[in-house]
Ligand binder design. Structure first.
Ligand code: CUA
Length: 324
């Protein structure tokens, strides 16, 4: 949470919704909470009453009180009332689920595919030709021109779960099965999420952040992401290190020979605020430490330590720092 505190991002809470499905989920939660609170008060109240009213008093012999065997009225009451409560909760929940699942995409909806990997998120915009990682960018939506984001969820390895509490419900990300969900953020800002299904040693380090932009700002972000990687002559030495060692087997930098698919696309690495799916701020020092030995920042991370010399490391990080 220190990273969240440092960047002024609000704590992820489903009780502070900022997106259409999240509003519905909060309302449903309040209804369920109200019903179970009422049940608690009644049960606790009756229990307390019985304890006080029928306690043993001085002078009583302590024998059993009169026993009642069979009461149709009482048995009906404790069967019918809970049944009705369950019916109400079931029907209300079903109505919300259908309303959310059957929501049709308006023409301006954004399409995103989020792919769970141990332990990071690949984020693709198939219609925009963008590939990035761990930080989802979407436009804010308004009634005049709704721009919700429809999210296709896939996994390449194990079961993960996509959850950004302020924006929508939790949905599992399952290998061999495609799940779909949608969000419709109403307020610009940055919202944090987290893989919500245990998926291995760095499950807790599989963070996610969603930046909701005003529409023109989102268009600018799209244009910047669509551009090929910067080619800065001053850092050619670092680029040569990048393309001559194992980096390119796993990473893509569009416009270079690097077209690996196993790790995050690095074409616009420096446009991301964090490293290692949110485990550290993306600063030059952290980036250097990450490339030198990812396990130092994220024990168990599948990227190997590259065993580069200090000179190679310096020039490689200088090159990566130009990938804006
Ligand atoms: Cu991915 Cu937990």
């Amino acid at each position: 949470m220190s990273l969240i505190a440092a960047t002024g991002i609000s704590t992820p809470s489903m009780f502070a919704p900022a997106s259409t499905p999240a509003f519905a989920i909060r309302d449903l939660s309040f209804l369920v909470l109200a019903v179970v609170t009422l049940i608690f008060i009644v049960v606790a109240g009756v229990t307390l009453y019985a304890i006080v009213r029928y306690r043993r008093r001085p002078g009583e012999d302590g024998g059993d009180p009169p026993q009642v065997y069979g009461s149709t009225q009482i048995e009906l009451a404790w069967t019918v009332v809970p049944f009705l409560i369950v019916i109400v909760l079931f029907l209300t929940t079903t109505r919300y689920i259908f309303a959310l699942e059957r929501h049709a995409a308006p023409p301006d909806a954004v399409d995103v595919t989020v792919v769970g990997n141990q332990w990071w998120w690949e984020i693709r915009y198939p219609r925009l030709g963008i590939v990035t990682a761990n930080e989802l960018h979407v436009p804010v939506s308004d009634d005049a021109r709704p721009t919700p984001t429809f999210i296709t969820l896939e996994s390449v390895d194990v079961i993960h779960s996509f959850w950004v509490p302020q924006l929508g419900g939790k949905l599992d990300v399952i290998p061999g099965k495609t799940n779909r969900t949608w969000i419709e953020p109403r307020t610009p800002g940055t919202y944090v999420g987290q893989c919500a299904e245990f998926c291995g040693v760095q499950h807790a380090g599989m963070l996610l952040r969603v930046t909701v932009h005003p529409k023109d700002e989102f268009d600018a972000w799209v244009a910047a992401q669509q551009a090929a990687a910067a080619d800065v002559p001053a850092v050619r030495a670092g680029r040569d290190v990048f393309t001559s060692v194992a980096c390119i087997n796993c990473h893509t930098v569009r416009g270079t020979p690097a077209n690996g698919l196993f790790g995050p696309d690095l074409t616009h690495l420096m446009s991301r605020a964090t490293l290692g799916a949110g485990v550290a701020p993306n600063t030059p020092d952290n980036l250097r430490a990450w490339v030198n030995d990812p396990a130092a920042l994220k024990p168990g991370a599948l990227m190997p330590a590259m065993k580069l010399s200090n000179d190679q490391l310096d020039s490689l990080v200088a090159y990566l720092a130009t990938l804006r």
